[in-house]
Design a binder for this molecule. Structure first.
Ligand code: SAJ
Length: 410
C-alpha cells in the first residue's frame, strides 16, 4: 500500500515511520522546506523516543521520502494542526481544508482519505465531505472518507500508535471498513468502527475528561491554600479509595490538545457545556494563582524559571502556561530561564539561572529537575527558596525552603 501523509509533525511523522516499517511506501508532505530537506537526509525535527532511528532506516531503504507536494497513493492521511479561533472558541479548519484541496489533483477512484487531526463534532460530514463531492467524487462509492482521531500521548507515541485502540469514524459504513484496512497495516490495538461524528465527539470528550479532572485538582489546591490543608496529602489519601483518581494540580494546562479541544465542544453548545467551560476557566486561572503565591513569598529579586515545555521531557511548548507566568512576573522580577529541552538563545544553563537568585520556580516536570544540585543551590542562590508547581521535588536539605501545593498557606 502507498500512503501519503499531509503534515509531518508530532503525529504525521511517527505515523509515517510506522507505515514505512510495516512495508508500506510512504510519502510525507509538509509546507516547510527545511523540514522536508532534513527528513530526506534522515534528520528528524521532533523530540520523541524511537522516531529518529525509524525515519533514518526508512530513508535508507527508500520506503519513506519527504516532499513539499503530495503524490498519487492508495490512502491519504491528514495530520495538520487545528487551532481554535479565540473570538468564538470554534475549530479553525483552514489547515485541514487546505490539505484536502492540496490532494485533490492526485486523488483517484477507490482512494481512502482519512482525517486524523482533531476536529469539532460534525466537521467531517458538514465541511470536509463537500470538498470531495464538489470535485466529483461520490463518498462511500468511489472515494472513502473517515475521521480516525489520533489518541497518543507525547513521549509514548511510538508505542501507543501501535497498541492503542483506534476509533474509525466512517462517513459511511463502507468508508469505515476501508479506513480500518489502512490501520490494519500496523495497529495491534482494537479497530473500533463507528460514524464520523461519534469519532469526532469521542476524541474531544477524552481530552475534556482529562481537562475537567485536572481543573478539579487545581480547584482543590486553591481551596486548600485558603483553608490551610495540604492539597497533596488530600489527593494521596483520596486516591486510596478504589474508585477515586484525583489528577495532579499544576501551573495550568498546556499543549495542543487539552487546552484546545474542550472549546470545540463548548462552541457547539455554549449554553449547555457549563462544566467544560468552567474547567477551562479554572485551568486558565492557574498562572495567576502561581504569580499571586510568588508575590507572597518574595516581593522582588531574581527568579530562576525551570522548564517552559507544556509537560515533562518534551521540547513542545505550545500553549504552555509557563509563558503567561513569565510574562506576568517579568515586570516586577528579574527572570532567567533554563530548559534543557527547548532551544532558545535567551535561555541559560542551570548554573547561570540559579546564580544569585531569590527563588527557583519549577514549572515543568523534566527528569533533569527531579534531583537538583542542592550544594550548588545553597552556595549560589541569594536565598535558597524553591517553589515547585509540579510536585517533583520530594526532599531538600534543611537550609532550603521548599514550597509546593502542599504548604502554600504557611
Ligand atoms: N496535566 C496536569 N495534571 C495532570 C495531568 C496533566 O496539570 O494530572 C497537564 C500537563 O502538565 C500538560 C497538560 O495537562 O500541561 C496536558 O498533558 P497530558 O499529558 O494530560 O496530555 P497531552 O496533551 O500530552 O496528550 C493528550 C492525551 N489525551 C488524554 O490522555 C485523554 C493523548 O492521549 C491525546 O492523544 C493527546 O492529548 C491529543 O493529541 O489529543
Amino acid at each position: 500500500m502507498k500512503v501519503c501523509i499531509i503534515g509531518q509533525g508530532y503525529i504525521g511523522l511517527p505515523t509515517a515511520a510506522l507505515f514505512s516499517k510495516n512495508h508500506c511506501k510512504v510519502v510525507g508532505v509538509d509546507i516547510s522546506e527545511k523540514i522536508i530537506n532534513n527528513l530526506n537526509k534522515g534528520i528528524v525535527h521532533i523530540e520523541e523516543p524511537g522516531i529518529g532511528d525509524l525515519i533514518k532506516n526508512a530513508v535508507e531503504k527508500k520506503s519513506y521520502s519527504a516532499s513539499l507536494t503530495p503524490q498519487k497513493a492508495d490512502a491519504f492521511i491528514i495530520t495538520v494542526p487545528t487551532p481554535y479561533i479565540a473570538e468564538n472558541y470554534s475549530c479553525d479548519l483552514s489547515y485541514v481544508i487546505d490539505a484536502c484541496h492540496s490532494i485533490l489533483p492526485y486523488l483517484e477512484k477507490g482512494n481512502i482519505v482519512i482525517i486524523e487531526s482533531t476536529v469539532a463534532p460534525m466537521s467531517t460530514d458538514e465541511q470536509i465531505k463537500p470538498i470531495f463531492e464538489e470535485a466529483g467524487f461520490s463518498i462511500g462509492k468511489d472515494l472513502y472518507l473517515a475521521h480516525c482521531p489520533e489518541r497518543v500521548l507525547p513521549g509514548k507515541i511510538m508505542y501507543e500508535l501501535v497498541n492503542n485502540n483506534r476509533i474509525i469514524g466512517g462517513v459511511t459504513e463502507e468508508c469505515a471498513k476501508k479506513a480500518s484496512e489502512v490501520y490494519g497495516e500496523f495497529v495491534e490495538g482494537e479497530l473500533i468502527l463507528t460514524e464520523a461524528k461519534t469519532a469526532e465527539l469521542s476524541k474531544c470528550m477524552e481530552n475534556t475528561f482529562r481537562d475537567v479532572n485536572i481543573a478539579l485538582a487545581n480547584e482543590l489546591t486553591k481551596i486548600c491554600a485558603e483553608i490551610g490543608v495540604n492539597a497533596l496529602d488530600v489527593i494521596e489519601m483520596a486516591n486510596k479509595h478504589p474508585r477515586v483518581n484525583l489528577h495532579s494540580p499544576g501551573p495550568g494546562v498546556g499543549g495542543h490538545c487539552l487546552a484546545i479541544d474542550p472549546y470545540f465542544i463548548y462552541a457547539k453548545a455554549p449554553e449547555t457545556a457549563k462544566i467544560i467551560k468552567l474547567a477551562r476557566d479554572t485551568n486558565n486561572s492557574m498562572p495567576d494563582f502561581v504569580c499571586d503565591n510568588i508575590r507572597k513569598i518574595i516581593k522582588k529579586g531574581k527568579i530562576a524559571v525551570l522548564g517552559v515545555s507544556y509537560k515533562g521531557n518534551t521540547d513542545d511548548d505550545r500553549e504552555s502556561p509557563a509563558y503567561e507566568i513569565i510574562d506576568k512576573l517579568s515586570n516586577d522580577y528579574e527572570i532567567q530561564i533554563h530548559d534543557p529541552h527547548v532551544e532558545n538563545p535567551n535561555y541559560v544553563n542551570f548554573d547561570i539561572a540559579v546564580k544569585d537568585s531569590d527563588l527557583i520556580l519549577v514549572l515543568c516536570d523534566h527528569n533533569e529537575f527531579k534531583d537538583l544540585d542542592y550544594n550548588l543551590i545553597k552556595k549560589s542562590m541569594k536565598n535558597p527558596v524553591i517553589f515547585d508547581t509540579k510536585n517533583i521535588i520530594k526532599e531538600v536539605p534543611s537550609e532550603i525552603k521548599l514550597y509546593n501545593y502542599g504548604n502554600l498557606y504557611e
